[in-house]
Design a protein around this ligand. Structure first.
Ligand code: RNT
Ligand code: ZN
Length: 416
């Protein structure tokens, strides 16, 4: 049977259950996910500042990592060619592009240093998102926006403002709003003597950054919380309570990274809570194993559950989706493709559920039938719908996409 015939059967089977596969494919085609550039080079960036700091880590040394802007862009292109849909590229401030090694310090970065990214995005019709980089820098060791040293704190405030300007530039040039996410690693390895002071300074620093004046239609500022980092186990200034309270009181978007909570807490349960109070929220989709390990996103229960929350609450235009993980132990292009396609598969799963019917069962306390149906739908023929979705984008829905990655590894990566 051809793929098309299989799809037509699936379409009929779903129709019998009241589910419109055409509508699901159409919706999925329009969901844009912000793909992080930093999986391509293990979060190194182009400033040559040395080791990755800030309590995050990449492990592994699979050959072929990108080391130059051209290589990162080439690898992103390769990944995008295997991911259906039109997406955004998420750029970090440490990925500025400098001529003759003349790196601008973080408080001096300008739109011109990111022009090649704009050219890249425009040529491909992609949107761009941005992130200040508050790590991997000599002045980041003892705190950035919480630093008790006013000169250092001012340096990082200037960095934040410089990043807002670059985000505005991205939005204007691409014609798509730019999401600018603030995350700082600031915290302490051991029991602090003052927990309030750093948080008050963080609040003031953020107020100063947001106070620079910017177009809220162009730049969506998001604030990401975290529970701990490596070497920062006892205290993180930007905790969940801090980030949520700050975002809701200042009208910016809270960002939840699902690696940033205690292991039995789930972001799938937090999405609806935040949707009650925020017009828009943002997600960093990752996979933490035992800690915030940033493993490649897979099609697992929690990823599906998170996407169900976005879809069934009609929140596709209220939840900004971005990937955030970094695995240096496997082919990095495959890592990007697997993670992005897993998010899309989770979205498709959610789009192919009888969500209204399931809600009705819950409201009518028919919990046995609800459980039965939730389980039955796990084996529904969504694979045939996925293959059709990919075929319409001219991309392989099955494992054959991997052949292109293998060829690229042989022809390009192995020669680096
Ligand atoms: C770190 C945060 C943050 C980073 C990126 C590189 O724990 O998740 O989002 O991963 O800024
Ligand atoms: Zn994150």
């Amino acid at each position: 049977m051809t793929q098309k015939e299989l799809y037509n059967i699936a379409k009929e089977r779903y129709a019998a259950l009241g589910i419109d596969t055409e509508a699901a494919i159409e919706k999925l085609s329009n969901i844009s996910i912000s793909m992080h550039c930093w999986q391509a080079d293990d979060v190194k960036g182009f400033e040559n500042t040395g080791a990755l700091t800030g309590g995050i880590q990449t492990t592994g040394n699979y050959p072929g990592a990108a080391t130059t802007p051209a290589q990162v862009m080439q690898d992103l292109d390769m990944a995008l060619s295997l991911i259906p849909g039109t997406h955004k590229i998420n750029v970090h401030a440490c990925y500025g592009i400098y001529e003759d090694g003349k790196v601008a310090d973080r408080d001096q970065i300008k739109p011109e240093h990111f022009k090649p990214w704009v050219d890249y995005a425009k040529a491909r019709g992609l949107g761009l998102d941005f992130n200040p980089t508050y790590f991997s820098h000599p002045l980041a060791g003892d705190g950035t926006l919480t630093n008790p040293n006013e000169e250092i704190r001012a340096f990082w405030i200037r960095h934040g403002i410089a990043c807002i300007r670059i985000s505005e530039y991205f939005a204007r040039e691409t014609g798509k709003p730019c999401v600018m996410n603030i995350w700082i690693p600031d915290g302490f390895k051991d029991v602090p003597a003052d927990r309030l002071g750093p948080r008050m300074r963080y609040m003031d620093s953020l107020d100063q950054i947001l106070g620079c004046g910017y177009d809220k239609e162009l730049v969506y500022v998001t604030l990401e919380s975290k529970v701990f980092g490596i070497g920062l186990e006892s205290y993180t200034a930007g905790s969940a309570e801090f980030a949520l309270s700050y975002s809701t009181t200042r009208g910016i978007l809270p960002l939840m990274d699902n690696g940033h909570y205690h292991p039995t807490e789930v972001v799938s349960d937090k999405i609806s809570a935040l949707l009650c109070f925020n017009p828009k929220i943002a997600l960093h989709i990752t996979r933490g194993i035992r800690w915030d390990s940033d493993h490649v996103v897979r099609y697992d229960d929690e990823t599906v559950e998170m996407m169900k929350e976005v879809v069934r609450n009609n929140a596709l235009d209220r939840v900004v989706l971005a990937t955030d993980y970094f695995d240096a132990s496997i082919n990095r292009i495959a890592a990007l493709v697997i993670g992005m396609r897993s998010v899309q598969k989770a979205l498709l799963t959610a789009l192919l559920l009888p969500n209204e019917k399931l809600k009705e069962l819950q409201d009518n306390q028919k919990f046995t039938e609800l459980m039965m149906l939730q389980e039955e739908f796990k084996f529904a023929p969504m694979g045939d719908v996925w293959n059709e979705f990919c075929a319409r984008a001219g991309i392989a829905g099955d494992a054959t996409w991997f052949q292109a990655v293998e060829a690229y590894e042989k022809d390009v990566l192995s020669k680096r």
